[in-house]
Design a protein around this ligand. Structure first.
Ligand SMILES: NC(=O)c1ccc[n+]([C@@H]2O[C@H](COP(=O)([O-])OP(=O)(O)OC[C@H]3O[C@@H](n4cnc5c(N)ncnc54)[C@H](OP(=O)(O)O)[C@@H]3O)[C@@H](O)[C@H]2O)c1
Length: 407
């Protein structure tokens, strides 16, 4: 009895999911054992009636236990205080400018969906916004160009409450508050429901939306990689590079990946790379004969290595500039006829809502479940550790996608 009271107190006053789930499990186990004395727990009859209602509704529900607990707990959290944790930036700077604050839980209008965020991936675009390099972003702002979680409310009925969903881009974390929070509201047209059954953890699911949006779009749409293509992934150890490696291998390409660090070769080979180059900035010079040149190059290091990538490309080949981890945005004194070798093609890629909605997230979740697609989660943090997570990104220390859990 004392334990149940403690659980209820925790549930009512602290409103935390774990306390809620624990108390519900305890109460329901008592009832399933026929111990109905639990319903007379409170001296206050209104409280007892309230608890009876919750317990019976949850017991009679056709949902599975976890979903029932989750729904009840989230309702209670919202009813209890209507606030959530959100990472808010007020001024540009280093990781320390990211502040975890209590903010009102946003509400969804028709055409929008309120998502209870379970995990979000970190992106270099958020690093640029943090550093003040993103034009058109006003502070204060809740950062985050992606989120993975569970539908809390879709007023237009486009999604069912409790569905697992992923979202990315469309101005998230830039023009409107984004995914670095326990709840986020986004337009329904940039949300994919995950309908395949999955037991994957939130760390893995949370790694997917923007990383796969970029990697899938770049490999299949921008570079149109086909079976037998010789593909170079420059910046192979980036999270996008690792996801692109998995996608390209699935398409039957012969993939060469790069890192500046020789010690990362074994990791890249473990994730499927056929060949490895240490990126010293002059890969074209490491290629000894024309037959070794590449049909396609995914350029993630950026403009600092772009000319060399073009020179490492075979006649008729294409280079897609997708990333800029080299931290340089412009090519000084750009003279196209001197810069781009003849019979080579240069393009770019950026994933927006259309590309995100075209990304076959359900297929990839299924392949990860089957073990045929490897997602490389680098490091996992809690939302309270957001400054550490950004420091890890600044330090290039993750070796894979950095994911932040919100609960
Ligand atoms: N176009 C789009 O739609 C889109 C969308 C998402 C991301 N992106 C871009 O894609 C790129 C990859 O993003 P990500 O989040 O996957 O990156 P990430 O995981 O944070 O990349 C970290 C890795 O980048 C490499 N790196 C860092 N600085 C470098 C430098 N100066 N020269 C060469 N390599 C360097 C390091 O690899 P090593 O130490 O092993 O060399 C490091 O481990 C970024 O530029 C990002 O902005 C573009």
């Amino acid at each position: 009895m004392a334990k149940a009271r403690a659980c209820q107190r925790a549930f009512v006053y602290r409103g935390q999911t774990s306390d809620m789930q624990g108390s519900m499990q305890y109460l329901r186990s008592r009832i399933s054992r026929g111990d109905w004395r639990i319903l007379t727990l409170h001296r206050n009859p209104f409280r007892s009636i309230f608890w009876c209602g919750i317990i019976l509704a949850s017991t009679l529900s056709t949902n599975n236990i976890y979903t029932t607990h989750f729904h009840s707990s989230s309702r209670t959290i919202m009813a209890a205080n209507n606030t959530m944790k959100a990472v808010v930036i007020h001024t540009k700077g280093g990781p320390e400018v990211l502040k975890v604050e209590q903010r009102p839980i946003p509400t969804a209008k028709p055409g929008q969906v309120l998502i209870r965020v379970k995990a979000f991936g970190l992106n270099r675009s958020e690093m640029f916004t943090r550093q003040g390099h993103s034009p058109g972003v006003d502070f204060p702002r809740t950062l985050g160009i992606e989120a993975t979680g569970i539908v809390e409310h879709a007023p237009g009925g486009e999604f069912e409450k409790g569905q697992i969903v992923m979202t990315a881009m469309g101005g998230m974390g830039r023009q409107f508050d984004g995914g670095y929070a326990q709840y986020t509201v986004v337009p329904t047209n940039q949300v994919q429901a995950i309908t395949v059954p999955t037991k994957l953890g939130w760390d893995v699911l949370g790694a997917m939306p923007e990383m796969l949006n970029t990697a899938y779009g770049a490999i299949t749409k921008s570079l149109n990689v086909k079976k037998g293509d010789r593909l170079l992934i420059r910046g192979g150890t980036t999270s996008v590079g690792l996801a692109a490696l998995a996608i390209a291998k699935g398409l039957g390409a012969h993939v060469t990946s790069t890192s500046r660090r020789p010690e990362r070769e074994s990791m890249l080979r473990e994730y499927g790379a056929d060949e490895f180059f240490v990126d010293d900035g002059a890969i074209a010079e490491q290629i000894k004969d024309e037959g070794q040149k590449f049909d396609k190059v995914l350029e993630l290091v950026g403009v600092v290595t772009l000319k060399d990538s073009l020179n490492a490309t075979a006649k008729g080949g294409v280079v897609s500039l997708v990333g800029i981890v080299g931290n340089s945005w412009n090519i000084e004194n750009f003279q196209p006829q001197e810069f781009i070798p003849k019979y080579r093609f240069l393009t770019t890629f950026g994933g927006w809502i259309e590309e995100f909605m075209d990304t076959p997230l359900n297929d990839i979740v299924q392949q990860v479940e089957d073990g045929t697609f490897k997602i490389k989660v680098g490091k996992v943090f809690h939302i309270d550790q957001i400054a550490e997570a950004h420091q890890c990104m600044d330090d290039n220390a993750a070796e894979g996608k950095i994911v932040v859990l919100t609960g």
